[in-house]
Ligand binder design. Structure first.
Ligand SMILES: Cc1cc2nc3c(=O)[nH]c(=O)nc-3n(C[C@H](O)[C@H](O)[C@H](O)COP(=O)(O)OP(=O)(O)OC[C@H]3O[C@@H](n4cnc5c(N)ncnc54)[C@H](O)[C@@H]3O)c2cc1C
Length: 328
C-alpha cells in the first residue's frame, strides 16, 4: 500500500443504504482547499461496502485517493466495529487530520475513534481553516450557548479531529478525476456480539437539510392555526416548512423541522423567515441559505441583517397576500 502516505488529511465518507451521504462530499469540497493550503494528500475513507461509482464520485469531489476497508465485522453498520476498523487504519497510516460528518452515526462513532487514539475532537464545527504559520487545523464552533465563536487547535495530539454537520458546507462542483476504484484494505476481524436487527426511520418525509426551498416560522406566527399559511406557501413553492426552536418546544412543529444550532443546518436556494427574530442560535443553522426573505414587525430584528429582502409587517397578513397573489 505504498500509495497511502502518512500525515494525510482523511475524510470519513459515510454510506447509508447504497448511497454515499452528501456530508462526506461537502467535507471533501472544503478539505480540498485545506489539503492544498497545507500540502497534505487528501483521502476519502469508506468503511463497509462502497456503492457502485462511489470511488469516482469521491474522486470528482476532491479526493486524491479513495480507501475502502471492508470485512465480516462490517456487515452491519454498527459504531463499534466501524470505529475499531478506522482506529486500526489510523494507527497504521497516521493521518494528520480526520474529518467526520456529524450525522447521528458520525456523532456516536467519531468520539470512540478520538478516545482510542488519545486525541481531541471538536464537534459541530461551522468553519475549518489552516493556520498559516503552523499548518494546524483551526476548528471553529459556537461556544457558550452560541453567544461566541471559539477557534480550537489540537496542538500536540494526532490526528486533529473535527465533525461538521450536514448542510453547513456547500457541495463541491464535480471535477475531472482518474479515480475509478478504491484502494481496498481488508479488515479481517470477526464480527462482535452486537447485531443490527432492524432499522426504523425516525423522521418521515424529506430531510430539511436537503430542501431547496424552506418557509420557516418563528414565535411571531402567533397561533398554531397560522402554520396552515406557512404550509400552504411551502406547498405552492414546492418546499418544506422549517421552524425556530420555540415552535418545536411548544409542540407546534416536529423536531425534524427545527433550524439552528441544536436543530438542522439548512442551505436552501430560498429561505422565507416568518416571525423569526434571528437569534445567534437560529442563525447558526442558516448560513448556507442563498436568498433570505424575512418578514417581521420589528424593523430592528437581527434577522434583517442577514436577509436579502426585508418585509416589515405582520407575517400572517403578508402570507395571506402572498398566497392570494400566487393564486392569481
Ligand atoms: C443552547 C441553545 C441552543 C439553541 N438552539 C436553537 C436552535 O437550534 N434553533 C432556534 O431557532 N433557536 C435556538 N435557541 C433559541 C434561541 O436563542 C431563540 O430563543 C429562538 O431562536 C427564538 O425563536 P423565535 O425567533 O421564533 O422567537 P422570538 O425571539 O420570540 O422572536 C419572535 C419574532 O417575531 C417577531 N414578531 C412578533 N409578532 C410578529 C408578527 N405578527 N409578524 C411578524 N413578526 C412578528 C418579533 O418582532 C420577533 O422578532 C437556542 C438557545 C440556546 C440557549
Amino acid at each position: 500500500m505504498e500509495k497511502i502516505k502518512n500525515g494525510a488529511l482523511w475524510v470519513f465518507c459515510e454510506v447509508q443504504g447504497d448511497a454515499l451521504l452528501p456530508v462526506g462530499l461537502q467535507l471533501l469540497g472544503r478539505a480540498k482547499t485545506l489539503a492544498a493550503e497545507s500540502n497534505r494528500p487528501l483521502y476519502a475513507i469508506v468503511l463497509g461496502k462502497i456503492p457502485q461509482g462511489g470511488a469516482e464520485l469521491l474522486g470528482a469531489s476532491g479526493a486524491d485517493e479513495v480507501i475502502c476497508s471492508d470485512g465480516p465485522a462490517m456487515k452491519d453498520k454498527l459504531e463499534q466495529p466501524y470505529a475499531d476498523c478506522l482506529i486500526a487504519l489510523a494507527k497504521q497510516y497516521q493521518p494528520d487530520i480526520l474529518l467526520v460528518g456529524a450525522t447521528p452515526f458520525g456523532r456516536a462513532f467519531a468520539p470512540r475513534v478520538a478516545a482510542a487514539l488519545g486525541t481531541g475532537l471538536t464537534a459541530d464545527c461551522t468553519e475549518l481553516s489552516i493556520e498559516e504559520e503552523s499548518g494546524l487545523l483551526l476548528q471553529t464552533r459556537p461556544a457558550f450557548g452560541g453567544n461566541m465563536m471559539a477557534t480550537i487547535k489540537t496542538a500536540t495530539q494526532r490526528p486533529q479531529m473535527a465533525t461538521v454537520r450536514p448542510g453547513v458546507l456547500p457541495l463541491p462542483e464535480p471535477a475531472e478525476t482518474t479515480i475509478r476504484e478504491p484502494i481496498m484494505i481488508p479488515y479481517n476481524e470477526a464480527a462482535g456480539l452486537a447485531r443490527l436487527l432492524k432499522e426504523t426511520a425516525i423522521t418521515k418525509g424529506a430531510d430539511i437539510s436537503q430542501s431547496k426551498i424552506i418557509v420557516a416560522a418563528g414565535r411571531g406566527i402567533g397561533q398554531k392555526k397560522n402554520l396552515k399559511l406557512v404550509q400552504a406557501l411551502a406547498d405552492k413553492l414546492g418546499g418544506q416548512v422549517g421552524a425556530s426552536r420555540p415552535l418545536v418546544d411548544m409542540g407546534f412543529c416536529p423536531y425534524s423541522s427545527q433550524i439552528g444550532q441544536t436543530g438542522y443546518s439548512v442551505a436552501p436556494d430560498l429561505l422565507i423567515c416568518c416571525g423569526i427574530s434571528g437569534a445567534v442560535q437560529h442563525l447558526a443553522g442558516i448560513g448556507g441559505a442563498k436568498k433570505v426573505i424575512a418578514i417581521n414587525t420589528d424593523p430592528k430584528a437581527p434577522i434583517f441583517a442577514v436577509a436579502d429582502y426585508q418585509i416589515v409587517g405582520d407575517c400572517v397578513t403578508v402570507l395571506e397576500h402572498l398566497l392570494q397573489e400566487l393564486d392569481k
